[in-house]
Design a binder for this molecule. Structure first.
Ligand SMILES: Nc1ncnc2c1ncn2[C@@H]1O[C@H](COP(=O)(O)OP(=O)(O)OP(=O)(O)O)[C@@H](O)[C@H]1O
Ligand SMILES: C[C@@](O)(CCOP(=O)(O)OP(=O)(O)O)CC(=O)O
Length: 435
């Protein structure tokens, strides 16, 4: 007889933004990359995916999944199927080895997931989304500690490559591996969040519309046509992984910034070297590069050190990394040249009054005081209000969290976090604040 209980787990997972970019697959089915990559996990108190998985014999229509309240067909997504099947397989083998374990692996699943930020808009929703899916199934099926976090990252990788890095907090490397079966292509922690907690990020949302060339297609176009990408894979990334590892271990922001910006520019050069060329950055993105380069140039002249790093994924949005003490100046600079961006000071960085949206206030913010003496304030023009639509301020964060777990009346965590109701259907869109 089928198990009459309903089992449920809910987890959240963070976004990560790479400082050494993943671009290209050597195996598109298993999602095996052509190079190592390294990322910073951002704080899920701000940007996150939350997923609930519920298993019950009562779910007669079989496995179902809702993303942001809309049902997706699991059977149409090889990536979703791979993650679900892998987790089930491990649970099943554990049930076969240990008769005392509940027989959950054959029960149909209802899965609900929500992102509290725009999906498929170049803000790495696939990374947090697939990390949350795998973390939730691992929690539901109690796969840890039999499986390590790196083992889970190997499963999440099959959902979206960059998702494997969101299984860890702090600073994370995805080792590309060499095995054709992908067994050594997994994420490892380079340093936890606590190692360098003062590192913060300012995401400059230039556009949150769905982008032109999705990363999955774009990177394979580059693999097929870009000679520069082959040079990047063989001669550029290996040295940069070593340098970045050193920068993180030593909390050397200057080196971190240099390598981050060089790698972003090299990745976008490879996109441009693709046939037909791919343009992810736009005029606003390039103006932000010019501004940060000038700020760093004048800072190096004064102190010998860079103060900010920019990096761009497969879209026009800039992610600026800076030490906490530098962020107010960086923010004021961006707000001066790109007026009228919505800004929510999540971490109360600027004290009272800073939370106010600047929409409608067309006048640019004052240039900050304390800029390096040789900073050329005419390096770029003050842009049209709203060229940068939104600023999201966040910081380095931890890995996935289990928010709630239950087997019928047996409850751990906060039941209110669950996205699936007692009827097995989506409860509501997340109550938590959307960003
Ligand atoms: N919470 C989630 N749970 C499961 N799958 C998700 C979730 N969020 C996003 N996805 C999957 O990821 C896809 C979006 O990935 P895509 O790579 O297009 O955008 P992105 O990750 O926001 O941008 P980028 O990878 O360029 O930073 C969605 O269409 C969906 O299939
Ligand atoms: C530019 C990137 O953000 C590319 C991310 O690519 P995805 O992980 O979205 O691609 P798939 O593996 O095909 O799902 C760089 C990075 O995150 O390392």
């Amino acid at each position: 007889m089928a198990d009459p209980k309903t089992y449920t787990a809910t987890c959240s997972a963070p976004v990560n933004i790479a400082v050494i970019k993943y671009w290209g697959k050597r195996d598109t089915s298993l999602i095996l990359p052509t190079n190592d990559s390294l990322s910073v996990t951002l704080d899920q108190d701000h940007l996150r995916s939350v997923t609930t998985a519920s298993a019950s014999a009562a779910f007669e229509a079989g496995d179902r999944l809702w993303l942001n309240g809309i049902e997706e067909q699991i059977k149409d997504s090889k990536r979703l199927l791979a993650c679900i099947q892998e987790c089930r397989k491990v649970r099943k083998s554990r049930e076969e080895a240990d008769a005392s374990l509940a027989k959950m692996s054959d029960l149909p699943l209802h899965i609900c997931s929500e992102n509290n930020f725009p999906t498929a808009a170049g803000l790495a929703s696939s990374a947090s989304g697939f990390a949350a899916l795998v973390a939730t199934l691992a929690s539901l099926y109690s796969l840890q500690p039999t499986l390590s976090t790196s083992d889970l990252s190997r499963i999440a990788r099959q959902g979206s490559g960059s998702a494997c890095r969101s299984l860890f907090g702090g600073f994370v490397a995805w080792q590309s591996g060499t095995s054709p079966d992908g067994s050594d292509s997994l994420a490892v922690e380079v340093a936890p969040k606590s190692h360098w907690p003062s590192l913060q990020a300012l995401i400059c949302v230039v556009s949150d519309a769905k982008k032109g060339t999705p990363s999955t297609a774009g990177m394979q176009q580059s693999v097929a046509t870009s000679p520069l990408l082959q040079h990047r894979i063989k001669n550029v990334v290996p040295g940069r992984m070593v340098e970045m590892g050193k920068a993180v271990q030593a909390k050397d922001f200057d080196l971190f910034a240099e390598v981050t910006m060089n790698d972003s520019n090299n990745f976008h050069a490879c996109a441009l070297d693709t046939s037909p060329p791919i343009f992810y950055m736009n005029d606003t993105s390039r103006a932000i590069v010019q501004l940060i380069e000038e700020y760093n140039r004048s800072s190096i002249e004064e102190t010998g050190k860079r103060r900010v790093a920019y990096t761009y994924d497969a879209g026009p949005n800039a992610v600026l990394y800076a030490e906490e003490k530098e962020v107010p100046t960086v923010l004021a600079l961006v707000r001066h040249y790109f007026p009228n961006a919505d800004f929510d000071d999540t971490f109360n960085l600027l004290g009272a009054g800073a939370n106010a949206s600047h929409r409608g206030a067309q006048a640019p913010a004052e240039l900050p005081s304390g800029l390096p003496k040789t900073f050329n304030k005419d390096i770029i023009q003050v842009h049209q209000p709203g060229s940068v639509r939104r600023l999201i301020h966040t910081r380095v964060g931890d890995g996935p969290r289990t928010l709630h777990k239950a087997a019928d009346a047996d409850n751990v965590g906060d039941e209110k976090e669950s996205l699936v109701g007692p009827d097995g259907l989506p409860l509501r869109l997340q109550r938590a604040k959307r960003v």
